[in-house]
Write a protein that binds this ligand. Structure first.
Ligand code: FAD
Ligand code: UDP
Length: 395
């Protein structure tokens, strides 16, 4: 009998597994249907020996001291500030749009924030109510820059016109009038020094935690006796798609290793106006690894495949609300993470959400007697000793 079964070994599941094991002294079985831990943040050394991210570039950034501090128990950090160039009008220019972007694209020499702001103001279109991902950009930079940087990329990435997407999507990318060319503005920007997977290994190394991989919840749920469940997979799947499928956007990744030391000037180059892929990532910029070869990932957005992105738009939110209501009525099950709460969350936000859920658990769920915490078994531990496929247990 496990005290807790956790479905999904990404940030949501792993952060909670560690907290429960170390702070409540309870047993946890964490499972994942993939053959590895780390969820979408999983990284590995490829055949050439280059450290790469299997599911596309993951850059850690946060404004929260507490979240950084929490993760710092499991990793050291490498300082890294992310920079992205966009391939527009046959030029490579900084994105987010900043003063340099405008000067290069329009062959101008704007020297101050005020001059850049005046340029943008002269092009911005007034929008009465900013609702969509089109409104948010057009109202700030005007239609021409919107067409160059946002329309094509967003249509590729989401399979929808920006006017069909919530404003929150493109609002993730700021507009600047200075020459700050960093992609993120957060106070903390860094990469786990030895990679994400190593950080997850450290998080999950507690003796109260067992890991089972290649294990889909739907296949093993009746075989694993447990008291409580934390589910971090897609919430509609948990409820057998009772109200219909929640749309998630997928990606196909093409990983390529080249026999050259460096391929591009920055970690990520976006292709908003051309190509079927959205962006090319070169990992050595992120990791700082010295190697005579280099590995790149091309991202091709797709409708079908693993769920990577919840799609923020009102009708999807309405459908999610129906599942959320069901979740609220489901006792002894906690729904946490990007897929289970259908939120377009970054890694730090998922860590914050998981830590908040842990605080709620501490406040509302008493610690029951179990084998691990040295107390006698409770009366309803009838299933202790049920057979597990131990061949798949890692530790
Ligand atoms: P996940 O990492 O998706 O983990 C959920 C796990 O549950 C998965 O491993 C899945 O296999 C498993 N699972 C699901 N259903 C089942 C089931 N039925 N049975 C067993 N296992 C199951 N965030 C940043 O902060 N910075 C970035 O630069 C960044 N870049 C990104 C780039 C891409 C291409 C993508 C897709 C995301 C990026 N993110 C980034 C977001 C980041 O990946 C997520 O915030 C984070 O990984 C979410 O963690 P999670 O635990 O909620 O979900
Ligand atoms: N976006 C865009 N052009 C760009 C960069 C981003 O249109 O060059 C839009 C696009 O819709 C994207 C969203 O802004 O999905 C958020 O960008 P972000 O880089 O945060 O996407 P993620 O890293 O989550 O894929």
């Amino acid at each position: 009998m496990y005290d807790w079964l956790i479905v999904g070994a990404g940030f949501a599941g792993s952060v909670l597994a560690e907290r429960i094991a170390s702070q409540r002294d309870q047993s946890v079985l964490i499972i994942d249907r993939r053959p590895h831990i780390g969820g979408n943040a999983y990284d590995r050394y490829d055949d050439a020996g280059v450290l790469m991210h299997q599911y596309g570039p993951h850059i850690f950034h946060t404004n929260s001291d507490a979240i950084l501090e929490h993760l710092s128990q499991f990793t050291e950090w490498r300082p890294y500030e992310h920079r992205v160039l966009a391939h527009v009008d046959e030029k490579l220019v900084p994105i987010p749009i900043n003063r340099t972007t405008i000067n290069v694209l329009y062959d101008l020499d704007l020297k101050s924030d005020e001059e850049a702001q005046a340029f943008l103001d002269s092009r911005a279109e007034p929008v009465e109510e900013i609702r969509t991902s089109e409104d948010v950009v057009v109202s700030k930079v005007g239609r021409e820059l919107y067409e160059k940087f946002f329309r094509g990329y967003t249509t590729k990435q989401w399979g929808l016109d920006p006017s069909q997407l919530d404003k929150a999507v493109t609002a993730r990318v700021p507009t600047r009038t200075n020459t700050d060319d960093r992609y993120f503005g957060d106070t903390h920007q860094c990469m786990p020094k030895h990679g994400y997977t190593r950080m997850f290994e450290n998080m999950l190394s507690h003796p109260n935690i067992k890991i089972m991989l290649n294990a889909d919840y739907r296949e093993i749920r009746d075989e694993i006796p447990h008291r409580r469940l934390i589910f971090t997979g897609p919430i509609d799947e948990y409820f057998d798609f009772r109200f219909g499928r929640l749309p998630y956007r997928s990606l196909r990744f093409k990983h390529v290793t080249l026999d050259e030391e460096k391929h591009q000037d920055v970690a990520v180059v976006n292709y908003p106006m051309s190509e079927e892929y959205t962006r090319i990532t070169e990992y050595k910029h992120l990791t700082g690894q010295q190697h005579h070869k280099t590995t790149l990932t091309y991202e091709y957005p797709a409708d079908k495949g693993d769920p990577y992105y919840p799609i923020p738009r009102p009708e999807n939110q309405a459908l999610y609300k129906k599942y959320q209501a069901l979740a609220n009525e489901t006792e002894n099950v906690h729904f946490v993470g990007r897929l289970a709460t259908y939120r377009y969350y970054n890694m730090d936000q998922v860590v914050g959400q998981a830590l908040a859920e842990f605080r709620r658990i501490q406040e509302t769920v008493p610690i029951w007697q179990s084998a691990v915490n040295g107390k006698a078994h409770g009366a309803d531990d009838r299933l202790v000793g049920a057979k597990l496929d131990t061949g798949r247990l890692l530790n």
